[in-house]
Design a protein around this ligand. Structure first.
Ligand SMILES: [Zn+2]
Length: 429
């Protein structure tokens, strides 16, 4: 009757001891006790079973290129962009595909099965788009990859920026991207948003903009993005990535801006690892954090999801394809350490991201896709604290990755022989 039953699972809402039955690639039952047999049964032993993680903001054309052709010495965003400009003419399709596939292998072991990647369209060769389209097809059985046509060097500022972006969309990229704060003037940035939203409306595509990734309190591209979204009737289909200028804006102005964003149903995508690393670089002390106003945006009802943005590339030498690392940083930077805060951060890494990405059939409910992850932790709060091992990753009802639990053996007189960090340190309530 079932292909696979996962028994004794803790669910993300905090309920414990459920069985999850999977059949025909779908979740067929979630019950306290499923009285049936299955092709395979797995005992989750009271661990957290979660829907897979989603990364709504990544750069898969740049990942794992760290050190090519040299390292980022200053560690700044602008040197990162310059460095990427040096590497770009040297990129080959073969190398791009190989690095992306290797990244996806790691992502699967981390339970990360939905990724939205920006794809740089600045080089008219469009070797990046060609490679990532091939990767999208090859990983389809295990990762859903969405591709954004992203004019890294500016839609107007790059010599063939406008044409290259349209050609990349013609090739089959899924989403319209942009970078208004990198155009030559505020006015060019404003015009780029008008053009990009118009293109999206004409083609029936979503929009995802690197918007105001600066510390400039006077930057106004977020309001333009919200206004153009409403003008073209794109409500709910537009994402504003980064929005770091909002950290530095005047409070009165933000009190007007957030309702505009809510009216446009902008999906907000902060990138905590990258924002805390790259923003505030012109400050001495005190130094701004630079992440957008997560708590206030959530309170206003906006859909907030977090992106990893980078892993081992010209901008960020760290990262591990772990969305819990992203959530862990978000908790610190947004100072959202309360228990309800943490539950909302976990939702941002799962259901909110799924909404940003427009995923269908996502989540642990009967009838949805049989995609799930078993973690070496008891609940979502512990998962954020521990960034634990993903013991099992299931896609379409099939186990696609398995990792041994992290168990520390001890050789100490009078102390236990081993510890399980996911079980032996759970808070007692
Ligand atoms: Zn980015």
């Amino acid at each position: 009757m079932f292909d696979l039953i996962i028994r004794n699972a803790n669910l993300p809402d905090g309920s414990e001891g459920f069985d999850i039955g999977l059949a025909g690639g779908r979740i067929a039952a979630i019950e306290k006790r499923i009285d049936a047999t299955a092709g395979e049964e797995i005992d989750a032993t009271g661990r957290l079973v979660s829907p897979p993680f989603c990364d709504p903001h990544f750069h898969m054309d740049a990942t794992l290129s760290l050190g090519l052709p040299r390292m980022n010495v200053s560690g700044t965003l602008l040197e990162g962009i310059a460095l990427w400009g040096e590497l770009r003419p040297l990129l080959t399709k073969e190398a791009l595909v190989e690095r992306a596939l290797r990244y996806c292998d790691l992502a699967v072991t981390q339970g990360l099965l939905f990724i939205r990647s920006h794809v740089d369209t600045s080089d008219p060769r469009l070797v990046t788009a060609e490679a990532l389209i091939e990767v999208r097809e090859r990983v389809k059985p295990y990762i859903e990859l969405q591709l954004v046509a992203f004019p890294q060097d500016g839609y107007y500022r790059a010599p063939e920026g406008e044409k290259s972006l349209e050609r990349a969309l013609d090739m089959g990229l899924d989403i319209v991207g942009g970078i208004p704060h990198f155009e030559r003037t505020m006015e060019d940035g404003r015009r780029s948003l008008e053009a990009l939203c118009r293109i999206a409306a004409e083609r029936g595509l979503p929009v995802d903009i690197h918007c105001d990734e600066t510390d400039d309190p006077m930057s106004r591209h977020v309001e333009t993005l919200a206004a153009e979204t409403v003008r073209y009737g794109l409500q709910g289909r537009v994402a504003g990535s980064h929005l770091t200028s909002m950290h530095s804006m005047d409070n009165y102005y933000v009190s007007k801006l957030i309702p505009l964003m809510a009216e446009a149903e902008i999906n907000v995508i902060p990138n905590p690892l990258i924002n805390i690393m790259l923003q505030g670089r012109h400050d001495t002390y005190p130094k701004r954090r630079g992440m957008t106003r997560v708590r206030e945006l959530m309170a206003a009802g906006l859909n907030v999801s977090f992106g990893q943005d980078c892993m081992m590339d010209p901008w960020y030498a760290m990262g591990s394809a772990d969305m819990l690392e992203v959530g862990h940083m978000a908790i610190h930077v947004a100072q959202m350490g309360g228990i309800e805060d943490k539950k909302r951060i976990y939702e941002a890494l799962t259901v909110n991201s799924a909404r940003t990405m427009g995923l269908e059939g996502y989540g642990l409910e009967v009838g949805n896709r049989a995609d799930l992850v078993v973690l070496q932790a008891a609940d979502v709060v512990e998962a954020l604290r521990l960034k634990p091992t993903r013991l099992l990753v299931v896609k379409c009802g099939k186990v696609i990755s398995r990792s041994a639990p992290r168990i520390g053996e001890l050789f100490l007189e009078g102390r236990p022989a081993s510890i399980d960090p996911g079980r032996d340190y759970v808070p007692r309530s």
